[in-house]
Design a protein around this ligand. Sequence first.
Ligand code: NAD
Length: 439
Amino acid sequence: MNIGVIGMGYVGLVTAACLTKWGHNVIGVDQSAEKVTILSSGGLPIREPGLEDFIRSASEQSRIRFTTEAKVAISQSEVLFIAVGTPPLPDGQADISQIEATVEQIAEHGHDQQLIIIKSTVPIGTTDLVASKLKQKSTVSFLDVIHNPEFLRQGQAIHDFLFPDRIVIGFENPAAKQVMQELYEPLDSPFIFCDRKSSEMIKYASNAFLAMKISYINMLARLSEKAGANIDHIAKGMGADRRIGSAFLQAGIGYGGSCFPKDTQALIAMGRQLDSPLPLIEATEQINREQPIRFLHRLEELLGTLNQKKIALFGLSFKANTDDIREAPSLKVSRLCLQKGAEVHAYDPVVKRYPVEQVQLHHHPYTALDQADALIFLTDWEEFRQLHWSEVRYRMRTPLILDGRNLFHPEEMSPLTEEYGLIYYSVGRPLIRQIVHSN
Ligand code: NAD
């Protein structure tokens, strides 16, 4: 099939690359000339494991090309995916202006029997709205406008696209249902066919539920610290129950990224608009907002003050294996440290540009630690597990380690704290070794 994909971000680019693997010809569109230039010259504007190889082999077989001209992709494709952004507005609602701009272009250049598939996460009712706008603005008869939410996780996006737990399809025209089945025929995953609004809601409900699991365990981590329990045991004991499951029960600094924060906020906003409040999601959001602040309180308690202290942050992206810093906890933590008079140094394996200018970026982890009063882990990169603790201790002024991702186990840290005099704080677990106030 000839397929157009509008929006070459994390979702669109992965979708485009995977479709070429199934033998389709894809035209990828992005309004950013910079992104299109990078892609056309064989580079990648984002970091996603495995993606470069997929795009390279598709280019070699002439199965993919990139353009800023939406008209080219719209007029030459049988199926058109929309994967543009739906970022949050100041009041939490999803901003669908990128979708609206795309609809204008489809109305102008679309053709009869073309199938439009919205992959973006959109507020309930958006796909119906797009369908009726296309009817109003265009003379052509589209096969259908479908909502087909994406559930990929950044860092393992290719795997998730190719092996999804389910394929959700919100449709109206039964003929389109068949095209979707053909399109996803290479996948061995169950289809869930439903109306468009339910499909839109499934995406928000799934993300909000996962976010709720994270906030739930973080809420219990707070209680564990006060009660002297260990959140690892609690998560293990809960997760062993198959009705609960162990995924997303990892206590830490809280969730970030381009999805959970914005999708929980958008769902709350929809609840308010429809006079159907969502207190569970509101609490989820509130716990997550508080989590980095509480973490910083602990740092302040341990150091006495942050004024003129040197803080080293390891991991700036919102999670490992991605360079995406949207809503990353590091943003809040670094800003709070700076506000309190600290000097902030940071190391990240892949993030090399950072919007908080006063944060001093290092190319090597150890140089970020020179004379540091605390080291904070904010992303669970595997590379951090390979640090030489003797070097860490040698470089730091105060050997205080705060583990915002519970990356290390207290059992493995305990002998290290003995050997190197480290003080190790993680979330919801007992503090190892009491700090002696440094100057
Ligand atoms: P992104 O911001 O990385 O990419 C969106 C791209 O669309 C950008 O490159 C932008 O330049 C381009 N764009 C915007 N308007 C355009 C237009 N009119 N014409 C051409 N290009 C245009 O976003 P993303 O992370 O890929 O997310 C896309 C959608 O998928 C969002 O709704 C998001 O909620 C959803 N989603 C994201 C993820 C994820 O992990 N990132 C997972 C599932 C769903």
